[in-house]
Design a binder for this molecule. Structure first.
Ligand code: H79
Length: 414
C-alpha cells in the first residue's frame, strides 16, 4: 500500500527536506515583534488587555510612523549576534497588516503616514546580507469582522456579533499568497493564534498546500501548542525548552520534526516601555546552548520601538552573544542533540564523531559522564588535552569563561 504524505512525515519533497536540514543547522534566529501596538509601549496584547475598541485602535494605527526604521541596521544586528534567520510579525492578533496588501486597506502602506512597506525593505536587505526571512502570521484577529464566531479572546473590541468564517479564511489565504509571492523566497511562515479557537475548522490542509505550492521550500512553523499536524515542518515551543511546560500552554509531546523554542529577552514580545526585566547575556547564552542540547533552535525576540529603533539593552545583549558565538559557534551551528541527554550541569551537542560537552553550571574540578561506547579523547576548547578516565570522569579546565566551558570529545577510529 502506498503511504500518503500525511502518514509518512519524512516523505517531503527534496527542496523542503533540504530546507528543514538548513533550518536545524542554523540554530539561532531573531524574532521581531513590531506593530501599531509598539506605540503604546505595553506589549503586543494591549488591544486585548485594555479592551480597546476597533475604531480607537484604527486611529492609533493611523499614527504609526517609524521614521527611523532602517532594515540594514536590523539585519546587521541579527548578523552580529550570529543569527541565521529573522522571523518578523507581518500581522499580529490586532489584525493590522505590516505589509502592502490588497486584501484590506488596514495596512501600513494605505493606513499610515509612513506609506512604506518595511517587510519589502527587510526582504531585500536579508537577501543582501545572507539572512533567511520568515513571516509570523496571526490566524487570530481582534479587528476583522469575519473572525466569527469569536474565540477566547478579542471580545472587548466592540465588533457586531456577526461574521462569515469561510470569508475570513479566504482573506488569510489571499494575504499568504501575497506574502509568498511578493517578497522573494522565504524561509517560511510562522503561524500563531490558532489556540484561540482550537475546535474551529481552520482549513489547514488547504492553506498548507497553498503555501507549499507557492514556495516548495518554505517551512511551516505552527505555534498551536499541539503535537505536529500533517504538512508542518517545525515544532516550536513558546517560552519553554522542548518537552517542558513552565509557560502552562505548551505540549509535552515532541514529534519527529526540527525543533525550535522562542524566548523573550525581557518579559514582553512587543515593545514594553517599563519592562526592564532583561535576562543577562549569560542567561541568554545558557538558553541558546541548552536549546541546542535538546536539538532545538533558539528564536530570540526583540521588540523594536515605534520609531524603528532597537532598545539599547537588547542591542547590547545581542552583540555580546555574537561575540560568544564568534568563538564557540562551531559547537552550536550544524550540530544535533548530543549522546548525553540534557542535565542540570549542562548539555551535549554533536557533529559526526565529535561531541561538545557544554559545562554550564558545575563548580567541581571533575565531572562524571555516562560512559559512551568506543574510545574517546577529551580536549579543552583551546586544544589542550584533558584527562578522561575509562569510567568517563572528565577533569575540567578551570572556569576561565564565565558562560560555558566547552569540552570537545573526539571518538577515536578503530
Ligand atoms: O506573539 C507572541 C504572543 O503575543 C503570542 N505568541 C507569542 C510568540 C501569544 N501570547 N499568548 N499566547 C501566545 C498564548 C496565550 C495563551 C493564553 Fe489563553 C491566552 C492563555 C490565556 C489567554 C488561550 C486563550 C488559552 C486560554 C485562552
Amino acid at each position: 500500500m502506498l503511504l500518503t504524505l500525511a502518514q509518512a512525515p519524512d516523505a517531503v519533497p527534496a527542496e523542503r527536506a533540504a530546507a528543514r536540514q538548513w533550518y536545524s543547522d542554523a540554530r539561532f534566529g531573531m524574532f521581531i515583534h513590531w506593530g501599531v501596538y509598539s506605540q503604546l509601549g505595553q506589549g503586543e496584547w494591549v488591544m486585548q488587555n485594555r479592551s480597546i475598541a476597533v475604531a480607537d485602535y484604527e486611529w492609533l494605527a493611523s499614527q504609526f510612523n517609524p521614521v527611523k526604521f532602517d532594515a540594514k541596521t536590523w539585519v546587521a544586528l541579527a548578523k552580529a549576534a550570529g543569527m541565521k534567520y529573522i522571523t518578523i510579525t507581518s500581522r499580529h492578533h490586532d489584525g493590522f497588516s505590516m505589509f502592502a496588501t490588497k486584501a484590506t486597506r488596514y495596512n501600513i502602506v494605505d493606513w499610515t503616514p509612513f506609506q512604506r512597506d518595511p517587510l519589502r525593505e527587510l526582504a531585500e536587505e536579508c537577501r543582501k546580507q545572507g539572512i533567511k526571512l520568515f513571516f509570523y502570521y496571526s490566524q487570530l484577529d481582534w479587528h476583522h469582522p469575519d473572525y466569527f464566531p469569536r474565540g477566547q479572546t478579542g471580545r472587548g473590541s466592540g465588533r457586531l456579533e456577526v461574521g462569515d468564517w469561510p470569508k475570513y479564511l479566504d482573506f488569510m489565504d489571499a494575504q499568504l499568497t501575497e506574502l509568498l509571492t511578493n517578497y522573494g523566497s522565504l524561509g517560511g511562515i510562522w503561524f500563531d493564534g490558532m489556540w484561540d479557537k482550537p475546535d474551529a475548522d481552520w482549513r489547514l490542509a488547504q492553506t498548507y498546500a497553498l503555501i507549499h505550492k507557492l514556495q516548495p521550500a518554505a517551512l511551516i512553523v505552527p505555534n498551536h501548542h499541539q503535537a505536529p499536524l500533517p504538512g508542518e515542518d517545525v515544532q516550536t515551543f513558546e517560552q519553554d525548552l522542548p518537552g517542558a511546560n513552565t509557560a502552562g500552554f505548551n505540549t509535552k509531546t515532541i514529534g519527529g520534526l526540527p525543533l525550535e523554542t522562542s524566548l523573550t529577552m525581557n518579559d514582553s514580545w512587543g515593545f514594553n516601555l517599563t519592562d526592564h526585566h532583561y535576562k543577562s547575556t549569560r542567561e541568554l547564552i545558557h538558553y541558546l546552548v541548552r536549546a541546542a542540547g535538546y536539538g532545538a533552535n533558539l528564536l530570540l525576540n526583540i521588540g523594536p520601538r515605534p520609531d524603528g529603533t532597537i532598545p539599547p539593552e537588547a542591542e547590547a545583549r545581542l552583540k555580546e552573544i555574537g561575540g560568544w558565538m564568534a568563538t564557540y559557534g562551531e559547537s552550536i551551528y550544524g550540530t544535533r542533540a548530543g549522546p548525553i541527554a540534557p542535565r542540570s550541569w549542562g548539555v551535549t551537542t554533536a557533529r559526526g564523531d565529535t561531541v561538545f560537552v557544554h559545562v554550564l553550571d558545575w563548580n567541581d574540578p571533575t565531572l562524571a559522564l555516562p560512559v559512551l561506547a568506543g574510545t574517546w579523547k577529551a580536549k579543552s576548547w583551546d586544544g589542550k588535552p584533558l584527562p578522561l578516565t575509562q569510567g568517563f570522569t572528565l577533569t575540567l579546565p578551570t572556569a576561565s569563561d564565565a558562560s560555558d566551558r566547552v569540552i570537545v570529545l573526539i571518538k577515536q577510529k578503530g
